[in-house]
Design a protein. Structure first.
Length: 239
């Protein structure tokens, strides 16, 4: 009996390790695909739309002054192109935040929080380290995804009017905290803690991504009200 139990436990451990490896491969491939698609949208579609705008401007400049209907139609086309360009830019940003890769965590997070505050008319503050955090790209991506998830939760569930985003960085680990003053976790948010809520796949996937990096993601109600989403990632020993 003990031998069978040990064999079952060993098989379960192997399956668990295999599933972790598979998840790691899937999320890495997913990130790479999103990054490649965002760059294709920028390099191909974005460049073509910009060229169309320039050509339309040149044509509009050559229209006779007495052809007002044509000028009005050209203005409508120009406005439509600008809308498509902006939608393309937003899709690129949602797929992959190039600012995270080229300008770092501080710029990417600060701009995301500012844009969130302006778009949703919610007071959002960010507290970031004085120096740019130093961590592997895969950790920076997980931190960004957790921040995006936390802000999305605020608009979808919490009824919050204020959000604080805090990044703590030291030699051993990097930590992100997203705290709001809304309803908390259990009182209407519908985002359950560990082990519950089969519908919250976005949060559960982030929790597993944190685990793959040796970290921990938690969601809890703050003692003073509101919810706190946090992730702690240990830095590699070589850092």
């Amino acid at each position: 009996m003990e031998t069978n139990a040990a064999g079952t436990a060993s098989a379960d451990a192997r399956r668990g390790a295999e599933l972790s490896d598979l998840l790691g491969h899937v999320v890495t491939s997913w990130d790479n695909d999103r990054r490649a698609l965002a760059r294709q949208l920028h390099d191909s579609l974005g460049s073509s739309l910009t060229a169309l705008t320039m050509h339309l401007g040149l044509l509009t400049a050559k229209l006779p002054a007495d052809q007002q209907p044509l000028r009005d139609r050209a203005t409508q086309m120009k406005n439509l192109l600008h809308t498509i360009i902006e939608n393309n830019r937003q899709m690129q940003h949602k797929l992959w935040n190039d600012k995270l890769e080229f300008l770092g965590i501080k710029v990417a997070f600060s701009e995301l929080v500012t844009q969130f505050s302006q778009h949703y008319a919610i007071t959002a503050r960010s507290s970031l380290p004085d120096e740019e955090p130093v961590c592997p790209r895969e950790q920076a991506v997980v931190l960004l995804r957790v921040l995006e998830q936390g802000l999305s939760n605020v608009t979808a569930h919490s009824g919050a009017t204020e959000v604080d985003v805090i990044v703590d960085d030291n030699d051993d680990e990097i930590m992100l905290t997203v705290r709001d003053n809304g309803k908390g976790v259990l009182e209407g948010r519908g985002i359950p803690p560990e082990g519950a809520g089969v519908g919250q796949y976005g949060l559960r996937l982030l929790r597993e991504r944190a685990r793959l990096l040796g970290g921990l993601l938690t969601l809890a109600t703050h003692p003073e009200g509101g919810a706190v989403l946090s992730v702690v990632l240990p830095k590699p020993a070589t850092q």
